[in-house]
Ligand binder design. Structure first.
Ligand code: TXA
Ligand code: MG
Length: 320
């Protein structure tokens, strides 16, 4: 059962407690309802993808309660600071170079070196992030492939029974998603049009906003390129060959030549999703970016579909 919470003190406290417990909670922002989870808890973030039935791990936006928190997670250029100063809190998302010290889970950024940050203006969203005392990763609160919800009833329609709770804050005033801006060197580029008009962004920047030239970030909402390890991947392997690394699913073998990690020793797909990007990076580092990592078969159910999607892209190499 999904709890429907009012946006009063009791409802806010309950929502904050559920988030602290690693659960997913629908909440209003000025753009659309988000499906929030603790951005620093990989298993909580995996539950977002499970609830939405997303067949792939797109990177998620990290929602902060104040602009001052951004520096903890990312490096803000002069241009980024101008935009943040002009439009935060508000319907603007900035894709920025991620700090290695940022505690945000690797699944949030789908293993990328950038992180998307936003400070929502909606008072209920701000109060929730403050009450939870944590940054919230949140995509729109709809099942994969359907339209973004702008009321709590829409959230229940799509995700009722699949998420812990929804916090009812009425209808979202903006009604379209945030504008997503990335950077190519010093140039700000528009990754997704949204709640802020382009002219307003250009006025704040004092420069025209351009379309991305890099194929890496060209398609709005869908990265053409993905995180891929430098080592080769051999998928659906039953065991590692001599000198191969091993990325398992289930208990680790008693003996193993090369470095070995398991996505989940108990075969739990949520734990596996939470570990996926961090384990690939660790194995890549242990193998000094050479050779082959053999990967155990992952069942193609639930989050296994998205895990397999990402593994086959990584096996095909960058841009695959
Ligand atoms: O208004 C909104 O932005 C809503 C509310 C809930 O905040 N959220 C939302 O999230 O629309 P979602 O997951 O539906 O869209 C996030 C967008 C996607 O287009 C995603 O590719 C992009 O942000 N994005 C996130 N992180 C990125 C990154 N590191 N690099 C490039 N694009 C990124
Ligand atoms: Mg969406």
């Amino acid at each position: 059962m999904t709890e429907v919470l009012q946006s009063d003190a009791a409802g806010m406290a309950r929502a904050a407690a559920l988030l602290g417990d690693g659960q997913c909670v629908g909440f209003p922002t000025e753009t659309v309802y988000g499906l929030g989870a603790d951005a620093c808890n990989g298993a909580a973030v995996a539950r977002i993808f499970e609830a939405k039935g997303r067949p792939r791990f797109n990177p998620l936006i990290v929602h902060l309660s104040a602009a001052g928190e951004a520096e903890r997670h990312a490096v803000l250029s002069h241009q980024a600071e101008r935009l943040a100063g002009a439009f935060w809190p508000g319907p603007l998302t900035l894709v920025l170079p991620r700090r290695t010290e940022s505690p945000v889970a690797a699944l949030v950024t789908a293993g990328l070196d950038t992180v998307a940050l936003r400070v929502p203006a909606h008072p209920v969203a701000q109060a929730l992030i403050a009450a939870a005392g944590r940054a919230l990763a949140a995509p729109s609160a709809n099942p994969s492939g359907s339209v973004s919800p702008t009321t709590a009833a829409h959230v229940l329609d799509g995700l009722g029974g699949r998420i812990a709770a929804v916090l009812d804050g009425g209808a979202c005033p903006v009604g379209v998603e945030s504008t997503v801006i990335g950077f190519e060197g010093q140039r700000a580029v528009l990754l997704r049009p949204g709640g802020i008009p382009t002219e307003a962004l250009e006025t704040a920047l004092g420069a025209p906003l351009e379309a991305p030239t890099s194929a890496q970030i060209a398609a709005p909402g869908m990265l053409a390129s993905h995180y891929a390890p430098k080592a080769r991947l051999r998928l659906a392997a039953l065991a590692a060959r001599p000198n191969e690394g091993w990325l398992g699913f289930g208990p680790l073998p008693a003996t193993q030549d090369g470095p070995a990690l398991t996505l989940s020793s108990t075969g739990d797909l949520i734990e596996a999703a939470a570990n996926l990007f961090a384990h690939l990076r660790t194995l890549d580092r242990l193998m000094a970016g050479t050779g082959t990592i053999a990967v155990a078969p992952i069942p193609a159910r639930g989050l296994g579909v998205a895990i397999n999607d990402r593994l086959s892209r990584a096996a095909a190499g960058r841009g695959g």
